[in-house]
Design a protein around this ligand. Sequence first.
Ligand SMILES: Cc1ncc(C[n+]2csc(CCOP(=O)(O)OP(=O)(O)O)c2C)c(N)n1
Ligand SMILES: [Mg+2]
Length: 366
Amino acid sequence: MAKKKTDDIVFAPRGIGEESDGVVQKGVDLPPATKKKHKALGLSEDDLKAMYEQMYLQRRFEERSMQQYQKGKFGGFLHLYIGQEAISTGTVFAFDDKDDIITGYRDHGWGLCRGITPKEGMAELFGKATGCSKGKGGSMHFAKAENHFWGGYGIVGGHIPIGAGLAFANKYNGTGKISATFFGDGAVDQGALHETMNMAQLWKLPVIFVVENNGYSMGTAAKRHTVAEIVDRAKGYEMKSAVINGMDVFSVYEKMKEIADDVRENSKPYFVEIRTYRYRGHSMSDPQKYRTKEELEEYQKIDPILKLKDYILSNKVADEAFFTEVEDRIEQEVLDAVEFADESPFPEVEDMYDDMFVEDNPYFHV
Ligand SMILES: Cc1ncc(C[n+]2csc(CCOP(=O)(O)OP(=O)(O)O)c2C)c(N)n1
Ligand SMILES: [Mg+2]
């Protein structure tokens, strides 16, 4: 029997050290960014400034969260969204405020974009009663249902059917709203996604399935954990699809607006792959042996926040004084949030079973 070549053994670990000729391994290949300027996209100067504020808030909120975690102010998981802020921001600007959004555990940026205040967010991380989920959810369960942000889920892919359920409710009740369900590249081979895509297409639900492909599922590169192009999953369900450059807020805004309009008008699902990169580890205890410093630096060079700042300055939408004011104000807001969280009380023991789905007998297994 012919000896199997090493190359054929697909489960062999690959990654660092295999790059040749000094070429830096890349977690994701980004499609070209839009060339349109803000006016052509229908964005005002005030919109650009608000987008910058929003992205900067997400970044500083998480940098401070990380510090507080390292100081031991709270424990558990902490998955940072740093690097991916153009996706939440571009999408929220493209959507109507009443459209429903649901995501996985990398949820802080989404929550802030949908009106969770830094105080409510930080207090949630600290497990305090003043948090957006009353301190009982923590990092992975930010939510603000009144602003149509439905969380924050810990099971990879587990919330995808809920996103379609929101779309079903919107269609059934004739609200005219759409829903979007965001998940990572690690979720694309979960059965829940495929069962949901099938039903969503069959029932013509106004839902957008969005993969935030940041190139890694924990420490496993997407190139090692999934076959073919992620976006091509749509073909099996005859679903419309798109690939977007997630390191550029204008590109996210432009395409997500187009897609939202299409889904709203035609009541049919869409599958979108937004390519991006996370700068920090998967969670807080990640030695990051699966990637090189050089790779990270490649993406930091095209940081979406710095890119928007450069655009604003070079197009004379605002000057340096604007950035100093915004950055100082946000820094103070985040520091105030830390103080607020620190001083807030923990939830009371008697409130433990409030807001739970099962009311009669909270002791499920008795
Ligand atoms: C069903 C399930 N399996 C495994 C896990 C453990 N787990 C948590 S996060 C994660 C990686 C998911 O990566 P990806 O979907 O790419 O999202 P990212 O962390 O990159 O945002 C895994 C395997 C889980 N939470 N749920
Ligand atoms: Mg990922």
